[in-house]
Design a protein around this ligand. Structure first.
Ligand code: DGY
Length: 325
């Protein structure tokens, strides 16, 4: 009997792939690199279901290349790489991987916060270079986090988990979002403020918004100027939320104390000057890279595909309208 065909654009953790192989003909792009556009199109033409990554642009051309495509399962919670509106117009469900990577991202956010404020990278480099000759009262002085204020921009699940960790460390939380969350405010003694008030008052600003036209360059030179000179910016959301050129200038001029980034405006390219700065910590978009999260992401993507191929609704559709329209 003809088995449904699933094309996977890059090797991902086994759990999901094994599930798919039980009843589908699965092809995984074999090279250890981002798939080329041509190879992506060939895969799309061949398959019934596409399991793709955030590195692939899934635009109109991709949908139009295969009128029989049944589902796009994105191996990420973010989906700014996909033309979801067009998918909906074609009644193709697009799915993401919510609910399994939030702890990983919140942990990484905290790791970045601690690393940048405690100057861990600089201190490590110093120590390895044999420069530690005696204990010094003024060596690598850093701010105490307890008693300081964390400003969370975007209070989804990740933002809430970051707040929980902050409060456990005695850090005060203020937040801004398109809507207030009074139970969150009660639970964490958190204060809802405008973006402007947040920027002026936070010692650490952490970004947790999706990339949308309204969040593009949410942090630019005006916003960086509003931040305290002693404040730090942490970004584990999407690169283009920050105007990276403006950030480099702000860091050069010491308008803020530092930044820790996991995502970049022109990923994987870094804005010129960024790597020369000492007051930044940079990681290569690995916030969700725990073993647990990445396996769970592969299982969710696979289960979404299996549901749709079996004529059922996707489990985590981004565009549930495809089932009601
Ligand atoms: C996501 O899921 O959107 C992350 O950026 C990668 O896991």
């Amino acid at each position: 009997m003809h088995k449904p065909k699933v094309f996977v654009t890059r090797k991902i953790p086994d759990a999901g792939i094994s599930l798919l192989r039980e009843c589908c003909d699965v092809r995984v792009y074999p090279k250890d690199q981002v798939i080329s556009r041509k190879e992506l199109m060939n895969g799309v033409k061949w398959c019934d279901a596409l399991l793709c990554l955030l590195t692939e642009k899934i635009d109109k051309e991709v949908f139009d290349t295969n009128p029989h495509l049944k589902i796009i399962a994105n191996y990420a919670v973010g989906f700014d790489n996909i033309d979801v509106k067009y998918a909906t117009s074609k009644r193709i469900p697009v799915t993401n991987t919510p609910g399994v990577l939030e702890d990983a991202v919140a942990e990484h956010t905290f790791a970045l916060l601690l690393t940048i404020t405690k100057k861990i990278v600089e201190a490590d480099t110093f120590t390895r270079a044999g420069k530690y000759r005696f204990w010094e009262p003024l060596l690598f002085i850093s701010p105490q986090l307890k008693g300081k204020t964390l400003g969370i921009i975007g209070l989804g699940r990740i933002g809430s988990l970051v707040a929980e960790k902050a409060v456990a460390m005695g850090i005060k939380v203020i937040y801004t979002d398109i809507q207030r969350n009074s139970s969150f405010e009660r639970q964490f003694h958190a204060r809802f403020v405008s973006k402007e008030v947040l920027l002026e008052n936070a010692d650490f600003v952490s970004l947790h918004v999706p990339l949308l036209p309204s969040t593009h360059h949410l942090i630019g030179s005006k916003e960086l100027n509003m931040m305290k000179k002693t404040a730090y910016l942490i970004n584990t959301s999407r690169g283009p939320v920050v105007d990276e050129k403006a950030l480099v200038q702000a860091l050069k001029k010491k308008m803020i104390a530092g930044a820790a980034l996991d995502v970049y405006e022109f990923e994987p390219k870094l804005t010129s000057g960024l790597t020369k700065l000492r007051n930044v910590v940079l990681t290569p978009h690995i916030a969700s890279a725990t073993r647990e999260a990445r396996q769970a992401m592969s299982i969710i993507a696979a289960k979404n595909i299996l549901a749709v191929l079996n004529g059922k609704k996707a489990l985590t559709p981004i565009n549930p309208e495809v089932y009601t329209k």
